[in-house]
Each structure stands twice: as C-alpha cells, then as structure tokens.
Design a protein around this ligand. Sequence first.
Ligand SMILES: NC(=O)c1ccc[n+]([C@@H]2O[C@H](COP(=O)([O-])OP(=O)(O)OC[C@H]3O[C@@H](n4cnc5c(N)ncnc54)[C@H](O)[C@@H]3O)[C@@H](O)[C@H]2O)c1
Length: 326
Amino acid sequence: MSNGPVLITGGAGFIGSNLADAAIARGRECHVVDNLHNGRRENVPSEAHFHQIDIRDAEDLAAVVGESGAETIFHLAAQADVRVAVDRPTFDADVNVLGTVAVLEAAREHGCAVLFASTGGAGYGEYPGLPVPSPETAETRPLSPYGASKMAAEGYLSMYGRLHETPTVSLRLGNVYGPRQDPHGEAGVVAIFCGKLLDGEPPRVFGDGLQTRDYVYVGDVVEAFLAAEARMPAGETINIGCADEVTVLDLVEGLGAGEPVLEDARHGELQRSALANDKASDLLGWEPAMAIGDGLQATLESVRAHRSDPNSRAPGALEVASAETG
Ligand SMILES: NC(=O)c1ccc[n+]([C@@H]2O[C@H](COP(=O)([O-])OP(=O)(O)OC[C@H]3O[C@@H](n4cnc5c(N)ncnc54)[C@H](O)[C@@H]3O)[C@@H](O)[C@H]2O)c1
C-alpha cells in the first residue's frame, strides 16, 4: 500500500472532502486543489495543504502537482450539475474534458497515477436492451452533456495509459449520498429530503416516485478510491454502486419524511438506473458496506448537526461514524 502524498482535485466538495479526511486519518500527506466554484473552504480538513486554483490553469496545476510530490492524483473536480451542463455545454466540456486533460498532463510530467471520478447512470443513459444493473461492458449512450463530457474524459484517461504509460483508473460512481452532501449534486435528492424533513415540510416528488437509482454511501465510495489506489488496476473502468434499484419513494420512507407531494415528471430524467458491481469486487476487493436505511439516517444526522451550528465544519462520514461508535 502506498504511503506517499496524495493530491485531491475537488477536495473542497462533497466526495473529495470525505476522501481527504480518510487519507489524513491513514497518515497520508494530503494536498487539495479546488477553485471553490461550489466547494467550501471549510470542508477542507485543517491538516490538508489547500491550493485554490482552477484545474484548467494547466501551468499552475502542474507546478502544484510537482511541488506536492504527490504519487497519486484523485481527480474529482468537475462541473457536476446535469442541468448546468444542458444550459452551458461548452462550460461543462471546458471543465470536465479540458480540465481532465490538464490533470493528466500534470500527472504525466510528474509521474503520478490518476484515479478519476466518472459517472455510471449518466454515462450508460437508458435505452432498450440496456441491462439493469448495468455492467461496464454495456454501451454508454449518455443523455446529457455531463454524461458525454465524463465519457470523453474516461477516453483521455485510457489513452494516457496507452500513449504515456500513465497509470489511470476510472470509477463510474452511482448516486453518491451521505454526510456533507450538497443538494445540487447527482444524488442531491437525499440532502433535499433531509432539509425538508428538518423544516417540517413534505418532500416534493417528481413523477410517480418509482424511478430508480443506485444510491451508494460516500464512506463506501471513499473506500473504493483508496482500494483502487492500493491495487491500481491500470487502464480499468469500474462501476462503484450497490447493484440495487432504490426508488424515490423508498428514500421518502427510509427517512421517515412523511407523505410526499407528487409533481409533474421532469423531462429527460432516467426511469431506471443501477450498476453491476462484480468487477469492483473482483479487481478491488470492494463491496458496499452501508445499508441504505443506516446511510440515510447518518445523512440526516449530519444535516441536523450542521444546521444547529452552521458556522462549524459540516461533519463528514468519518465524524458521523465515530459519533455512532463512541
Ligand atoms: N455526487 C454524485 O452522486 C456523483 C456521481 C457520479 C460522479 N460524481 C463525480 O464525483 C466528483 C465529485 O462530486 P461531488 O458530488 O463531490 O461534487 P462537488 O460539486 O461537491 O465537488 C466538486 C468540486 O470541484 C470543484 N471544482 C469545480 N470546478 C473546478 C475547477 N475548474 N477547478 C478546480 N476545482 C473545481 C468544486 O468547487 C467542488 O469543490 C465529480 O467529478 C462528479 O462528477 C459524483
């Protein structure tokens, strides 16, 4: 297992800051690169070295990567809002494609491995004949610029492996939820429902509420990134999900969020999505550990704790877990 410094792009965001906490807890020197576009400075652990730069500033990025001495770059910085991507596709491609190329160039120059946060559901899309849960061998047919930019970025990762022998792995994440979640992300619905519940308001559900997603707990996703770093199956693309279809109504019930208010279905939303996870088990020895009911309660607890003290750092998956055991 590697013990050298790590660099996390997007480390002021939801998943990246939970990953930074875990890396530090394992005694790793940790560098965070984030332009704070929507990440929060206070999410970055105080033990981490914070570099406020845009990944598209290739020269600055390469300089920071070189100075950090990082062996591994966890590349999570992204334009991750599907609706922004539809409204501003060139901005989405700029951050997600050109930004990723800048990260890969810095990695090539300084001999780093790159682990990339890609997407499952937005990558596969939905079409007749797509198996659900979807295996990595299924054709990707994205239905949004966000899905397309992530698939393009995956192409650059594998190409850098072939052309420059840069060790790269793409993890296709399910709908990640958990402590420190931002309501605007792909799985933002969990954070939104938690907020409504604490406000004493009913959850709003679009369509019949039977649309399914593969909700995977942020603590499990962090473990998948660290397992991918340790085992480094270079050149691989691996789904990280629970292989379970969970409906929006299941979330409402799991949170005890009350009777939902049903609203018109949203155009272009996928009806079903789940990710096969046998490859993650085979190549990474990874399996999701958190049951959805427990994960939802942990998320609710973290939102509640943060609301009671909004100036504090929102608790992450590690703090929530230690509060439960201690
Ligand atoms: N949350 C999910 O359900 C989910 C699912 C699949 C994939 N992903 C991917 O995982 C990664 C992390 O997602 P998240 O939910 O933590 O999102 P997030 O928005 O909380 O984090 C992204 C971070 O990237 C930073 N950033 C954005 N543009 C930047 C730029 N140009 N330069 C430097 N930093 C920049 C933001 O400030 C933010 O802190 C993203 O790549 C996302 O596409 C997330």
